[in-house]
Design a protein. Structure first.
Length: 381
């Protein structure tokens, strides 16, 4: 039998192999499509019923009259701001007690995002805890701490808020709470119709999402809600994804914090701090900066690989503060991944909130930024 007589059989096997391969690939695509559709339906149901960080922080009894009202209102300059008198917000749209128009105490205005906002009550937020600690110190005069922490705000929005709303509180000292997701101009956005916010949930802005430089294989999966869910639920999937990356760290691929490791974004931060300095001179208040770490910065394998790079954001901010002679507190040495962070690695748990408030109080006093009383006795926080 010649070689030619074998060809028909070989061709049939090859065709069968190709057909089976195509059928297998097609079945994988169909299965994945069904799972993706099913997961998106489940996600929509869960999104409609799940409380966000606002509803988790505010006492449910205080939301009885606000169940069908969004926690934010539209602001053309800021994008959004807290809704006045919602839950435990005051009439100025801050999570704080009512602020008297008559200034009768030294005022410390704390600008920040959800790091200053979170807590089971007003008093359990960082500003609330800080005010309690300062009241216990009999060597200090009376101090009013104003909580201007607004979830999702960036350093840019905090600057605009200060100019548009914060200056009317006549602060003597302004504390800027800096988190590593603060380098975007706008990080979050709401659906807006006719200058009104629709719904209760935000999403990342397109510009923020575009700040991440994903490897090609990871970009292919970014549009899949099911795959994103799978990678965070199954360690083997997430670990495989990490192994496939040629270089980098987890924070290099996060929409919120990746910009803290990119030099070009720090140029804008320096300009914004220059504006803070100008405002402080024109309106006669002092500045203080506290920077909060990101949980992944405590990973021993990252620190062993390149500690300088891992802690680059704190170094950049320290340099900017030194240039403008702004007192600066880095909380990294005083917090730990295991004891002080929630699962999202951004927000602090109760222990982290209390530890932060304690070290802020100590730093403010050691820097002579607070008004002293004639009494010399001090109660430690």
């Amino acid at each position: 039998m010649t070689d030619k007589e074998h060809l028909p059989g070989k061709n049939e096997k090859f065709k069968k192999f190709i057909i089976n391969g195509l059928l297998f690939s097609f079945s994988i695509v169909i299965t994945f499509t069904i799972l993706e559709i099913a997961y998106r339906i489940i996600e929509m149901i869960n999104e409609a019923s799940s409380p966000n960080i606002i509803r988790e922080s505010i006492n449910r009894d205080e939301l009885k009259d606000a169940q069908n009202v969004s926690w934010v209102t539209f602001d053309k300059d800021l994008g959004y701001k807290l809704r006045p008198n919602y839950g435990d917000f005051n009439s100025d749209g801050l999570r704080d007690d009512p602020i008297s128009p008559n200034k009768d105490h030294f005022r410390l205005l704390m600008l920040g995002d959800s790091q200053f906002f979170i807590g089971g009550s007003r008093d359990s937020t960082i500003p609330g805890r800080l005010e309690q600690l300062l009241k216990k110190d009999t060597t200090l005069n009376s101090i009013r701490v104003i909580n201007a922490g607004i979830p999702g705000y960036t350093n840019y929005q905090e600057l605009i808020f200060l100019k548009k709303y914060g200056l009317r509180f006549h602060p003597d000292l302004v504390c800027i709470g800096f988190v590593l997701n603060d380098l975007h101009k706008f990080l979050h956005q709401f659906e807006i119709r006719d200058d009104k916010i629709v719904g209760d949930n935000w999403v990342f802005t397109e510009k923020a999402k575009g700040s991440v430089e994903y490897p090609l294989f990871e970009r292919l999966f970014q549009k899949s809600h099911f795959f994103r869910w799978l990678r965070y639920r199954l360690a083997i999937v997430n670990n495989l994804l990490k192994l496939m990356r040629e270089k980098g760290y987890s924070f290099d691929y996060r929409t919120d914090v990746n910009t803290a490791w990119k030099d070009e974004y720090w140029v804008q931060i320096e300009k914004q701090f220059n504006e803070f300095i100008t405002l402080s001179k024109n309106y006669h208040f002092k500045l203080f900066v506290v920077v909060f770490p990101f949980g992944e910065q405590y990973r021993w394998d990252y620190l062993h690989r390149d500690k300088t790079y891992v802690l680059k954001p704190q170094t950049k901010l320290r340099q900017i503060c030194a240039k403008f002679e702004i007192p600066f507190l880095d909380l990294y040495p005083f917090l730990s991944y295991e004891d002080h962070f929630k699962d999202d690695l951004i927000h602090l748990n109760d222990r982290g909130l209390q530890t932060s408030a304690q070290y802020i109080a100590l730093e403010l006093k050691s820097r002579n930024l607070l008004p002293l009383n004639k009494k010399k006795r001090s109660i430690k926080p």
